[in-house]
Design a protein around this ligand. Structure first.
Ligand code: CS2
Length: 489
């Protein structure tokens, strides 16, 4: 089958939106680390908007930090791919042309460092997932015994981690008399900019104190909040799009209409005149906290309970009235812990979130969201629970989500279907839980695991009792029964 490419753009159906700029004139102003579906459906689209608006400084050189899979999807297509925006019955196809090249970092580390150190590069964005920062999820401290980080602490000849690439490239820029780039973390971490800055400075300090000082003084690591639901593309999605386009697009992404990127007004060099979807603001934290605790907190609860109940998709979980009440109750609990920005109407935001989760054509899998729970729970649920306890408030629905995560670790759902626990801490967690004889012991073991649970929260008796109550219900009767307790009387 012929692949999508620059040449084939002219023969696509008329309703497919195409880049309106001359791609040969585009300069590579952005390097992106970690090119997965989320980048292609989020930041790359917003840079493509800037290109369409006539500012040709914002082409993207993207890098995969591990596998060549995305390079093999995109390079034969000259970097083009389709963004399918699905909303219930409607579907809009747009070709994104912003990605000019894809580098497979382990195969060409020097090419990636050179791209990051090039004078035209002004911004480096990252979607490397929570675990890519090599920071302890509970405390945010650098995990020095991580093998890849340990290698980067010794030498940056061939960096293994994203912070390693940033330090190596910034060293090259400093030596060449160039200013640093603005490094923008686009992962769902609290204070993601500060965390990235801390990881970069800690690594730089080990190699060159003067470099670390220069980065601290001249560099910029704005905080950001990123939001768009991007389910993993399936072979069926690609087959259906091929029918529609008449050419095959192996790099397509599917997403929802909603898109939001809130970026702290802290750049050390040029930035595009961003259009719709991007807000530049002095304070990102209130946005980020509302998004992590409401959207992502509910998502994780839906993922583990729905996954345990053998329900494949988010919208199918929410077809259960009791699941909706569970989510609303979780939001009632989380809402009291927020200091929302003045522009955010939390009631309207909650209604909009529920409508986004209900989108039936997105087909967002519970198992996808269940990945890497140990890295996600602290900011999505545990910080919220700690704040509720501090205020003397109940933690019922939030704790059910955490208990469902504990139950998920057993590796099968309530019908006995097996699943892989895809999580960097799966092995130590399985060992701890395997050594525990009773429900109480399992809760005790998890609460003592300070890589995930902060010690003060782990020692809290209300949290312990609530988890034991929920985990007993989950282990004895299953996730559907736990959700049933949220039924209206
Ligand atoms: C999801 C997020 O997979 C997950 O953990 O909760 O990817 C979520 O879809 C995005 O944060 C939405 O912006």
């Amino acid at each position: 089958m012929t692949r999508l490419s620059s040449q084939m753009l002219a023969v696509l159906p008329a309703d497919v939106i195409r880049p309106n700029y001359d791609r040969s004139q585009v300069k590579p102003g952005v390097v992106h680390l970690g090119i997965g579906a989320f980048h292609r459906a989020h930041q790359a689209v917003l840079f493509d908007d800037a290109l369409n608006a006539g500012d040709l400084r914002w082409g993207i050189t993207a890098a995969s930090l591990r596998s060549p899979a995305v390079r093999n999807q995109m390079v034969p297509q000259d970097g083009h791919y389709t963004m399918l925006v699905r909303d219930g019955g409607s579907e809009q196809a747009r070709i994104i042309g912003a990605v000019q090249d894809v580098i497979v970092a382990p195969r060409a580390p020097q090419a990636l460092i050179a791209a990051m150190a090039a004078p035209d590069t002004h911004i480096v964005t990252l979607t490397i997932t929570e675990k890519g920062y090599k920071l302890d999820p509970a405390t945010g401290a650098l995990i020095e015994d991580d093998a890849q980080l340990a290698a980067d602490l010794l030498s940056l000849e061939q960096p293994q981690t994203a912070p390693g690439y940033i330090v190596a490239a910034l060293a090259r820029r400093k030596a060449a008399g160039l200013p640093p780039f603005t490094a923008i973390s686009c992962d769902n971490l609290p204070h993601n900019g500060t965390r990235l800055r801390n990881a970069v400075l800690a690594l730089a300090r080990r190699h060159d104190a003067a470099l670390a000082e220069w980065i601290a003084a001249e560099g910029a690591f704005p905080e950001t909040m990123v939001d768009r639901i991007v389910p993993a593309t399936t072979p069926d999605d690609i087959a259906a799009l091929t029918m529609r386009l008449g050419v095959e697009d192996q790099a397509m992404v599917k997403t929802e209409p909603f898109i939001q990127w809130v970026i702290e007004d802290d750049f050390c060099g040029p930035r595009p005149d961003f259009g719709a979807g991007v807000q530049i603001t002095a304070a990102v934290a209130p946005w980020e906290e509302a998004k992590l605790r409401l959207l992502n907190g509910a998502h994780s609860g839906i993922a583990y309970l729905g996954g345990l109940a053998a329900i494949d998709y988010v919208h199918d979980v929410l077809a259960l009235p009791e699941a909706r009440i569970f989510v609303e109750t979780l939001w009632d609990e989380a809402e009291t812990t927020l200091s929302p920005p003045a522009e955010l109407d939390v009631a309207a935001y909650r209604r909009e979130l529920m409508a986004r989760f209900d989108n039936p054509t997105l087909r967002h899998r519970t198992h996808q969201i269940a990945i890497d729970g140990s890295q996600k729970l602290p900011q999505r649920l545990l910080a919220t629970i700690a704040a509720r306890i501090e205020a003397g408030q109940g933690i019922d629905a939030l704790s059910l989500a955490v208990a469902a995560w504990i139950r998920w670790q057993v590796g099968h759902d309530d019908l006995g279907n097996l699943h892989v626990v895809d999580d960097p801490l799966a092995v130590p967690i399985a060992a701890m839980l395997g050594a525990a004889a009773t429900t109480q012991d399992r809760v005790t073991a998890i609460l003592a695991f300070d890589a995930v649970v902060p010690p003060a929260l782990g020692a809290n008796l209300l949290f312990r009792d609530t988890l034991v109550r929920w985990l007993t219900i989950l282990e004895t009767y299953g996730a559907r029964a736990a959700l049933e307790t949220f039924r209206p009387n």
